[in-house]
Design a protein around this ligand. Structure first.
Ligand code: CAA
Length: 420
């Protein structure tokens, strides 16, 4: 069914972490030839959360500029998609709702299906807006990707949040029907409740992803979707940047199209600009790809973009969208680049120390060291409850508080900057 009004992404904003680990430092530590990371995975660096950052602070930071620009009128639903959830019962979105001061007349829910969750959120949002075109839905995808230290997955960690305002007559992207769907019960990547880091069968996960590319495309075609050559670019889920190239080459081959490097790079190259320096942001990643494409590409008004969202386990969806007239006036390119530029590089020891941090489960009072300079912080865990703070802008803080920002309580210093 095709609706008689356009629905899609009206605004999009992303955030990432305070710190960043260059892959050159990881390679130095574990003896890996750096081109395996730079060329083989297509990764230059990965975002590393500060002790007082998590999926809530990143999600609120991503969403705040959207609320500042559009207000809360007509936002009656917040869908928070994540696979690095902080609570088995309460939605991380409720904390964001509170930090952003959203009205009580809002429904808030958390969604999970590995890296596919944000696409499910987007599809739910479309249904809500179709039912009542005046309503807008705030979709937040926020994840911290975490694998065991010294495992092959370690180099594919990262963290980011993407916030999207979904509504009718969207300023950025008009989403289209049909969708191509694919589900297969496979153990390629999963995280049992008792583990902080994911378990993964790396090579099987790549094969499962590629099977899902074929599966979603087959269903998309069966449902009457566009021919492949109508798409100007493709946003794939990016566990690492090279996976987008691999996936698109696979799709071209599957469809009997030429698979030259230039053709593949033309279709996906610009979508990898942010994930190549942020790393895997799990369910945010495909929309981080969209942000990169919008910020990097020349005017693509009216051009169809293909999306392939893959969540291990596995559920995947292929769908299209077209860029709305005038979309470039609504982009946040400068802010997005600023989010990357403000990250502080850390050395390996600091990365490891941050990785190994965890809250005791004793119900005590466990404040976190103030490390992030962002607008929201996780102040600590008290009586088993996460405590969040909205911070005053840096210019409004006292000099004593500003001094605290540079100090780790246990050592008296902010993490050491990376030297290479
Ligand atoms: N110079 C250039 N390239 C090099 C190189 C060098 N010195 N050394 C290795 N390479 C290349 C390899 O040829 C290989 O390229 P291809 O993929 O084109 O074959 C690439 O670098 C990676 O090398 P390996 O496969 O040998 O690397 P690995 O054994 O360390 O595993 C990985 C790679 C499976 C992605 C691993 O990092 C991992 O398990 N990551 C986590 C899981 C993951 O990201 N899966 C992706 C699909 S699942 C998904 O998308 C969901 C999700 O978010 C998790």
């Amino acid at each position: 069914m095709v609706s008689d009004f356009a629905i899609g992404i009206h605004d999009l904003s992303f955030s990432t972490t305070e710190f960043v680990l260059p892959h050159a430092i990881l390679a130095d530590h574990n003896g890996t030839e750096i081109n395996k990371y730079h060329v083989g995975l297509g990764q230059r660096s990965m975002s590393v959360p500060a002790a007082d950052e998590d999926i809530v602070t990143m999600g609120a930071t991503a969403a705040e500029p959207i609320i500042a620009r559009h207000g809360t009128d007509h936002v009656r639903t917040v869908v928070f998609a994540t696979e690095s959830s902080i609570d088995q019962a309460k939605s991380a979105g409720v904390y964001v709702h509170s930090l952003l001061g959203l009205p009580s007349a809002t429904r808030v829910v958390e969604l999970k299906q590995a890296c596919y969750g944000a696409t499910a959120a987007l599809q739910f949002a479309l249904g809500l807006v179709r039912r009542d075109p005046v309503q807008r839905v705030l979709v937040i995808a926020s994840d911290i990707s975490r694998y065991d230290l010294d495992s092959p997955g370690e180099a594919t960690q990262g963290a980011a949040a993407v916030a999207m305002l979904v509504g009718s007559d969207p300023a950025l992207l008009r989403l289209e029907e049909p969708s191509g769907l694919f589900t297969a019960d496979v153990m390629d990547f999963w995280r049992p409740n008792y583990r902080d880091a994911a378990l993964v069968d790396g090579q099987e996960s790549v094969s499962a992803y590629l099977r899902a590319v074929r599966g979603t495309w087959g269903d998309y075609t069966d449902q009457g979707g566009r021919p492949l050559d109508e798409f100007a670019a493709f946003c794939y889920h990016q566990p690492y940047a090279k996976m987008a190239y691999k996936a698109h080459r696979h799709l071209l081959e599957h469809c009997g199209h030429p698979t030259g490097e230039a053709e593949v790079a033309r279709a996906v190259g610009r979508t990898t600009a942010y994930s190549a320096v942020i790393g895997n942001s799990y369910t945010a990643s495909v929309y981080l790809g969209l942000a990169a494409l919008l910020d990097e590409a020349d005017d693509m008004t009216g051009r169809p973009i293909g999306f392939m969202s893959y969540g291990s386990g596995s559920v995947a969806e292929f769908f299209g969208g077209t860029l709305a007239p005038g979309y470039r006036e609504h982009l946040r390119t400068t802010a997005h680049r600023g989010v990357l530029d403000r990250r502080q590089p850390v050395d390996y020891a600091t990365y490891r120390e941050l990785y190994e941090r965890s809250f005791p489960a004793d119900g005590g009072d466990h404040p976190t060291p103030p490390q992030t300079t962002g607008p929201f912080r996780l102040a600590g865990l008290r009586g088993h409850q996460r405590v969040y703070e909205r911070r005053a802008p840096v210019s409004a803080r006292s000099s004593a508080e500003a001094g605290d920002l540079r100090r780790l309580p246990h050592e008296g210093h902010r993490p050491a900057p990376a030297t290479s």
